[in-house]
Write a protein that binds this ligand. Structure first.
Ligand code: FMN
Length: 317
């Protein structure tokens, strides 16, 4: 089937039109990003919550695995250290910068200065147009199906055509792509590429603990629900003993590092995500996309690529 687009982001030409979404806190680290890059996608390290030394190490680890493939860093604009993380990534010779949970003119300016492509994640045509005007190399349009923080209540399938019609730069779609059927559905919409998170969080190379991945495998259709994150945005998550507790009311924050530019302090999101990543679901929040119920096995990144792309051919130019 001749259905695959050739994705070009600035000077990057990945073999397959796919970005593995950045997943904080430390779910997508160098091992996952490197494996995705080696298979021909763009692998993202989630830099949110990392100090410069740790980020440098993860980028180097990813490069040692990637076999020349492309490595990027994703950071939440809402993070206090957002620009410091992105500047460190540039200093390490990163291939692409992706920004979620907010919009940053400073990042686009940094990308222009450093000659590094910047890809903002947006949920409206208005922000996509602004991103293009400020020099973005591409945008990711993320819908309400996506794992993690959300900027919209609309489906990625509804938003995509609106954003695509508004800009000339490549537009990737994110949210609700967990298996081959999902991929074929969005490829038929003539997307320029896809960004996928949840399926890769449930890979062998993902840095999440076995209990986190097991929670994904137990998920049934409709299990994902919206939590109110202290970031000020809703987020898609699976229920855990901890999510039951936050539904009842705020959980006092014992120690605060001031990691967010603005935080409602209804609970500590960094701690909750870290506990989940470490497998402590009684104290943790498991972010997941709406299509997590389609994931039945933990697979290697190589196998995930086979299942998504085997037998698909590129469209004629
Ligand atoms: C566990 C988890 C953590 C995430 N963390 C981030 C993040 O730190 N920054 C970000 O921009 N997006 C984050 N996302 C969103 C992904 O990068 C991606 O856009 C999204 O997962 C795509 O939807 P899907 O999960 O349906 O594939 C996260 C998603 C998951 C599942």
């Amino acid at each position: 089937m001749k259905i695959l687009p050739r994705l070009v982001i600035g000077n990057l030409r990945p073999r397959f039109p796919i970005i593995q979404g950045g997943m904080a806190i430390r779910v997508s680290t160098g091992r996952l990003a490197g494996a995705v890059a080696r298979e021909g996608g763009i692998g993202l390290i989630a830099g949110s919550g990392m100090q410069p030394d740790e980020l440098r190490q993860e980028i180097r680890l990813a490069r040692s695995i990637a076999n020349g493939g492309y490595i990027g860093v994703n950071t939440l604009v809402a993070a206090t250290e957002f620009m410091k993380v992105m500047e460190t990534a540039v200093d390490e010779g990163i291939d692409v910068l992706v920004a979620g949970a907010g919009f940053s003119r400073d990042l686009l300016a940094l990308g222009q200065r450093a000659g590094v492509p910047v890809v903002p994640i947006v949920s409206t045509a208005r922000l996509a147009v602004l991103a293009e005007q400020l020099g973005a190399a591409a945008v990711v349009v993320e819908g309400k199906e996506a794992g993690g923080h959300l900027g919209t209540t609309k489906s990625s399938r509804v938003l995509y055509p609106l954003v695509k019609a508004a800009v000339k730069i490549p537009v990737l779609i994110a949210g609700g792509i967990a298996d081959r059927d999902d991929l074929l559905e969005v490829l038929r919409m003539n997307v320029d590429g896809v960004q996928i998170g949840t399926r890769f969080a449930a890979s062998l190379e993902s840095n999440a603990a076995p209990a986190f991945k097991e929670r994904y495998l137990q998920a049934r259709e409709g299990d994902v629900f919206k939590i109110h994150s202290p970031v000020g945005l809703p987020g898609n998550a699976l229920s855990t003993p901890f999510s039951d507790r936050i539904a009842q009311g705020p959980i006092p924050v014992e120690r605060c590092d001031g990691c967010l530019k603005r935080c409602s302090r209804i609970f500590c999101i960094v701690r909750a995500l870290t506990e989940a990543k470490d497998g402590h679901l009684d104290r943790g929040l498991v972010f997941a996309g709406e299509h997590v119920y389609k994931i039945k096995e933990i697979l290697s990144v190589a196998e995930i690529f086979h299942r998504f792309f085997d037998g698909l051919e590129f469209k004629d130019a």
